[in-house]
Write a protein that binds this ligand. Structure first.
Ligand code: 13P
Ligand code: SF4
Length: 319
């Protein structure tokens, strides 16, 4: 515990010395989330992380999350130095959508507006017309559908299917998935709900349709935390990465949170309700990158410029 306290103190000092700001996601270690907040950084969902990083005057951003979040920060602020605790922290959605295969898919469907999820590489974003996050994807596709556009969506098939169902838009879906959310099970959730009749169900839309169908609220991590805070219930079943529980408990003291059931138990299921890549962010590697300046995110400037158009469209729409 003393070592933890010492590491936190070292991080606070280094953030000041480097004039750096910490931008964290709700799925990372609770200590990192707390540090981000108390040092004037932010902890939030992907949309707010992007906006906060873009608007903050600091010359160095340290992104505690996964690689696409660091890349988005760099694309929006090429002049800033973006550091990450571990550059190997990726995402199964990003891995499952290689830029060359994606470009070929787009080439086959030139009549479609290309909408990609934030959880993709810079090169995939560069091929897109729009980038969206889970908090705003539904509104943007609804808008495009009303404009009469046909959509090519990538990479998350569950989020794509959910948006398609809600909007009635013509969407061609890439078949990617998140290895964490894909594990949530509809039948087991149904049984758990029967044990907790008054519980409300909060679901991230990367979950399978059988789980989303049982949700009281479907939304981004920030939207789910807001729901936990404002909804009139004492027990919540939560289908998203369990890193979110830290903030939910702070936001809604006295309420009771249960992680939605997954397929395996912790011995057989490597990613049961916790993202292995988010888990790569820790106090030690955060302190080390602040000290050394290593682990800088680089994005090819031309790819970055092209990707920025798709991200700016979303940010302008959200504004
Ligand atoms: P949010 O934008 O909802 O925070 O989601 C990011 C993510 O990676 C979910 O798995
Ligand atoms: Fe990607 Fe899923 Fe991890 Fe989010 S939780 S970063 S979608 S693998």
């Amino acid at each position: 515990a003393e070592e933890r306290a010492a590491l936190k103190e070292r991080i606070r000092r280094l953030l000041k010395e480097r004039e750096a700001v910490l931008v964290a996601h709700y799925y990372v270690d609770a200590d990192l989330q707390d540090l981000a907040e108390e040092t004037g950084g932010c902890v939030s969902d992907s949309l707010e992380m992007a906006r906060f990083g873009r608007d903050h005057p600091a010359k160095t951003l340290v992104v505690a999350g996964v690689r696409f979040m660091g890349e988005t920060a760099k694309i929006l602020s090429p002049e800033k130095t973006i550091l990450m605790p571990d550059l190997d922290a990726t995402c199964s959605l990003d891995l499952g959508c290689p830029a060359d295969e994606f470009a070929a898919f787009c080439d086959q469907h030139p009549d479609r507006t290309v909408v990609v999820y934030a959880n993709t590489s810079a090169a995939v974003k560069a091929r897109a017309d729009w980038m969206v996050t889970s908090s705003i994807g539904l509104d943007i596709v609804k808008y495009l559908h009303e404009q009469g556009k046909k959509i090519l969506w990538a990479p998350d098939r569950h989020l794509g299917a959910y948006i398609q169902k809600q909007t009635g838009a013509d969407m061609l879906l890439w078949q990617g998935s998140c290895l964490v959310h894909d594990e949530f099970k509809g039948i087991e959730l149904d049984l758990l709900r029967a044990e907790h009749p008054g519980a409300k169900v909060l679901v991230h839309p990367e979950s399978p349709a059988s789980v989303v169908a049982q949700a009281d609220v479907v939304g981004s991590t920030t939207q789910l935390i807001n729901a936990a805070q404002t909804m009139d219930a004492t027990t919540f079943i939560v289908a998203t990465d369990n890193g979110i529980m830290h903030k939910m408990r702070i936001a809604a003291p006295g309420k009771h949170f249960i992680v939605a059931p997954t397929a395996g138990n912790s011995a057989t299921c490597k990613s049961c309700a916790h993202c292995p890549w988010m888990a790569m962010n820790g106090l030690q590697n955060l302190a080390d990158v602040l000290e050394s300046g290593k682990n800088e995110i680089h994005v090819d400037p031309e790819i970055g410029r092209q990707a920025k158009r798709a991200i700016d469209r979303m940010l302008d729409f959200a504004a």
